[in-house]
Design a protein around this ligand. Structure first.
Ligand code: BG6
Length: 511
């Protein structure tokens, strides 16, 4: 039996209050792949509110039964575990469908009638959650139509909490993110907006705060005096699938770095917040980190960034096409599918500590990992006993797929000679907790229903993260922009990314 706690012996958490969730974009991929499977898993664990209604909505004309059948396929295919027939039966009874064109006010009147009639069977007052699983150009019109028909209410006057969840991409650059924020704020208060970044719902990402602040040994070392550098890698072996229309307009920096990577980085580098149960204090600290990241000069952009696109190659032994050969990619596209960056959080704690980031599609394998390299011990005591320098102690946070942490330390190799060798002390979630981690969307949906915004991104965080990337986009889109390099699919990226670290005396850690 694994050590530690299991889901069975944990105290039950309080269920959220009565909630009506409307998913706009319900005929899309996200609903079938992530949202409904996540809700079913919450149902399986009995975490959903006692009174819970879901309305799927999109332009397609579907009946309730059509919608149920469609999403059931998704549940069977994508749920992290089988959902029992009894749970599905109970859950699906409260699953409905209402067609709605986000730009047609009359459709919102019909939606309102449907919501009211579904809620009428209960005496409870339902909180409303609107999930906008669709492109950002629809956020503004939907929010404004919801308000127009009276479906967005102020908590102070009605006691009903109304929340709107928006998916990424949240803007394309600083200006568009600001405009999107302004557009939403015409219909909603900031505290009603939940900008989702699913990385924040991952157990391993939430654990960054716990291991930093629940262990006395790390915090005293967590600064420029003891840390040599940090590496954050988000590597994927998949290509762009059927998402060319979205990806070709965005590229890997907008797809992964602006959100997931910078969110992990900010948790890794924040000062202790006033309280871990106070969303504002955590978000304040994260925003400070993003504000402290040094904005690069044009010369620094050339020195500290590498972008590339995958060429043909093979992944897991299968030949794969180049990015330019993917269906729907513009011929001659210069969109980045790989990026390596050197960033610096220029504040009292971190100044001078390089933070290297790499993210890419079609790399050798799927792995997301953070590695913190501590300063080497002086090797004076070991001179003549071994070749080369002592190794760095490295703390690895394995975000996925194998969730866990490890610490590399130097140890004496058994035997008559005094030989030093690095070894790993590690823990995996599997071994220690014996239960599979929930999907990120499970935690995040539950938090919205409870009205807890801690794991969602605030407007200033979004704007800061776009702002710090702006100098990079500017140089990359200039007339004499550095070239978009090429790398073989199935490799670890272009040589230039290795050179970026080498010129700073470092090298990418193998994954
Ligand atoms: C999404 C990106 O936000 O994250 C995708 O749009 C990427 O391109 C995905 O594949 C990665 O998520 P995860 O949870 O599989 O690491």
């Amino acid at each position: 039996m694994a050590e530690g706690v299991t889901a069975q012996n944990e105290p039950r958490i309080a269920k959220p209050p009565a909630t009506l969730l409307v998913i706009f974009g319900a005929s899309g991929d996200l609903t079938s792949r992530k949202l409904i499977p996540a809700l079913c898993n919450l149902a399986e664990d009995q975490y959903l509110p006692e009174n819970f209604i879901v309305i799927g909505s999109s332009r397609s004309k579907l009946s309730d039964d059509d919608f149920r059948a469609k999403v059931f396929e998704g549940v069977q295919k994508f749920s992290r575990r089988p959902i029992s027939p009894a749970v599905w039966e109970r859950f699906s009874k409260n699953l409905h469908y209402q067609p709605c064109n986000g730009e047609v006010l009359a459709d919102f009147e019909l939606l309102k009638q449907r919501m009211e009639s579904l809620c009428a069977s209960s005496e409870q007052r339902f909180n409303y959650v609107y999930y906008l699983a669709m492109a950002p150009q629809f956020f503004g019109p939907i929010a404004s139509n919801l308000r127009e028909v009276g479906l967005i209410e102020e908590y102070s006057s009605t006691g009903r909490r109304t929340s709107v969840v928006v998916e990424k991409p949240f803007g394309h650059d600083t200006q568009s993110a600001r405009e999107l924020n302004e557009c939403l704020r015409k219909s909603l208060a900031e505290e009603q907006i939940y900008r989702i970044d699913h990385y924040l719902g991952k157990e391993t990402v939430q654990n960054i705060l716990v291991f930093r602040f629940a262990n006395g040994i790390f915090e005293p070392l967590w600064n420029r005096k003891y840390i040599d550098h940090i590496q954050i890698s988000v590597c994927e072996d998949i290509g762009i699938g059927n998402r060319a229309a979205y990806f070709d307009q965005n590229g890997i920096v907008r797809d992964i770095v602006q959100n997931h990577v910078l969110q992990m980085l900010s948790l890794l580098c924040i000062e202790p917040p006033i309280s871990l149960s106070d969303a504002k204090s955590i978000r304040d600290e994260k925003a400070k980190v993003l504000r402290s990241i040094k904005r690069m000069t044009p010369v620094e952009v050339r020195e500290n960034t590498v972008r590339a696109q995958y060429a043909r190659g093979s992944v897991s032994g299968q030949p794969v096409v180049s990015y330019l050969e993917e269906k729907g990619v513009n011929p001659g596209s210069t969109t980045d599918t790989y990026v390596a960056l050197k960033l610096e959080v220029d504040n009292w704690r971190w100044s001078g500590v390089p933070i290297y980031i790499r993210a890419g599609k079609r790399l050798a394998k799927r792995i997301t990992e953070i590695k913190v390299f501590f300063n080497r011990a002086p090797d004076s005591l070991f001179k003549g006993r071994q070749v080369g320098e002592l190794e760095h102690n490295v703390l690895s946070i394995q975000v996925q797929p194998k969730e866990g942490m490890s610490l590399r330390i130097s140890s004496k190799q058994p035997g008559p000679r005094f030989k030093v060798r690095p070894v790993e002390m590690d823990f995996t979630y599997d071994n220690s907790f014996g239960v599979a981690s929930p999907e990120a969307y499970e935690r995040l949906l539950l938090d919205v229903m409870k009205g807890d915004p801690t794991l969602f991104t605030r407007n200033d965080e979004i704007e800061e993260s776009w702002d710090l990337l702006a100098p990079i986009f500017e140089v990359w889109s200039s007339k004499d922009a550095p070239p978009v390099l090429s790398y073989e699919a199935g490799s670890w990226g272009p040589q230039a990314a290795d050179d970026l670290l080498r010129k700073n005396g470092h090298s990418w850690s193998s994954l």
